[in-house]
Design a protein around this ligand. Structure first.
Ligand code: HEC
Ligand code: HEC
Length: 218
């Protein structure tokens, strides 16, 4: 969009105005999207996170459920989730304290690092879609891969974590208004069927492998 060379320069008046407009439009949309993430910095910042998120099937205690897989989500969603914990839309205590000291830039960097290579939609159902999940696929996909960057993928997520998240939307521990509405009328057996369906889909979300042991760096 920049005016290049003599010919363009002779029409500088019009082109400059257009170029300036483009630069401003670019700046505005970059700002709307939030800070751009740096995965290398994110990796450094994620050291403590991996103590839980880097251990396959690590469990939260009281209540007991698996720590969610983050690898393969879109960075936009992971950032939104971290903002949710930091700002209190998600009340889970551990994650609220983990996120409370993160800046917007830290969140963007960490989100890009954990997302890694986001899952790609296949559009295929995993066998028969349960009745209870009919409405969910418009955002979470038939194949559990989110249709938009701000929505979470559910493919291969831990079954007990999906149950827990739905109970939290239903009971108010998570305040996202979209999901509160969808979870409000789910019965316990619907939640169980939905969680079983999505948690068994491949290709699946991944646990970031922990690059160190509790006794130090390798
Ligand atoms: C002590 C264990 C623990 C540590 C340390 C921890 N987390 Fe978590 N994390 C959890 C648990 C448990 C949940 C699920 C919380 C809930 O029920 O909402 C979670 C949820 C999340 C989610 C939401 C995932 C989703 O699918 O919505 C993100 C993102 C996340 N953590 C990132 C981080 C980052 C980044 C750090 C480090 C700054 C971190 N976590 C440190 C245990 C931990
Ligand atoms: C209009 C789009 C939309 C529809 C339809 C929808 N969801 Fe969601 N879902 C979202 C968004 C957005 C979030 C993230 C909310 C937040 O920030 O906590 C989410 C979050 C979730 C989570 C938490 C994932 C995680 O990693 O923590 C689960 C589980 C879930 N939805 C299941 C469902 C189920 C089951 C249905 C159908 C009954 C459904 N959703 C319908 C948009 C949607």
């Amino acid at each position: 969009m920049r005016a290049r060379g003599g010919h363009s320069a002779r029409r500088a008046g019009v082109l400059m105005a257009a170029a300036v407009a483009c630069v401003f439009a670019g700046a505005a949309s970059a700002q709307d999207a939030g800070p751009v993430g740096d995965a290398h910095r994110g990796k450094t910042l994620s050291y403590t996170c991996l103590g839980c998120h880097g251990v396959e099937s690590y469990k939260n205690a009281y209540p007991m459920y698996s720590v969610p897989k983050l690898g393969g989500q879109r960075p936009e969603y992971l950032a939104a989730a971290l903002h949710g914990y930091r700002e209190g839309d998600r009340s889970q205590f551990t994650m609220h304290s983990q996120a409370s000291t993160l800046s917007d830039q830290d969140i963007a960097d960490i989100a890009v690092y954990f997302a890694g290579k986001p899952l790609v939609a296949t559009g295929k159902a995993n066998g028969t879609l349960p009745q209870a999940a009919q409405l969910c696929t418009s955002c979470h996909g038939l194949d559990g891969v989110a249709v938009a960057p701000m929505y979470p993928s559910l493919a291969g997520q831990h079954e007990d974590y999906i149950v827990r998240a739905l109970e939290e939307y239903r009971d108010g521990g998570r305040k996202n208004p979209i999901m509160k509405g969808f979870a409000a009328n789910l019965k316990a057996e619907d939640i169980a069927v939905i969680a079983r369906y999505y948690s068994r889909i491949m290709p699946a979300l991944r646990t970031e492998s922990r690059p160190y042991t509790r006794f130090g760096e390798p």
